[in-house]
Design a protein around this ligand. Structure first.
Ligand code: ZN
Length: 154
């Protein structure tokens, strides 16, 4: 019975992980990507840059953070990446042309897990359009005149 209970617990854990991953970027380990700490293909999982080894192993080059999941398994982080990734946020930088009109903006979106997207948009017929369009780089003032930060959650 112990073995059966353990198997069910594992299955539930995987189910939980699969459901959870869609919302929070939680990735259960697999045969293709086994746990970096115990080397096993199940039970353990990853969240962004962090790993959780449910067997309590710790690979070289990693350290145990003070945070842990609901089961008390600590989040593990790579030692040389202790700095926190940028918080989830959207920032926009506006650029003016030589006549002082805002013509271009650069948008940067950080997803909070270290992933970022950066793109340019130009202002055309009253709305923002992706890319630079007909605007030439030399028409844009070299000075970044305004920075607007949107710290809102997306
Ligand atoms: Zn593990």
């Amino acid at each position: 019975m112990v073995a059966t209970n353990r198997k069910t617990a594992l299955e539930n854990n995987v189910k939980f992980s699969n459901n959870y991953s869609q919302k929070n970027g939680l990735m259960p380990v697999s045969k293709d990507e086994p746990c970096r700490h115990c080397g096993k293909p199940d039970w353990c999982y990853r969240v962004g840059e962090l790993d959780v080894c449910k067997r309590g192993e710790l690979a070289q080059g990693w350290y145990k953070t003070s945070k842990h999941d609901d089961d008390g398994s600590h989040y593990l982080a790579p030692i040389n990446q202790q700095k926190q990734s940028r918080p989830k946020q959207r920032r926009e930088w506006y650029y003016e042309n030589k006549s002082g009109e805002i013509v271009v903006k650069v948008v940067r979106v950080d997803d909070g897990n270290g992933e970022k997207k950066i793109w340019q948009e130009h202002y055309q017929n009253g709305r923002w359009v992706a890319g630079l369009g007909d605007i030439k780089r030399e028409d844009i003032s070299v000075y970044q005149l305004r920075e607007v930060m949107f710290a809102r959650l997306m």
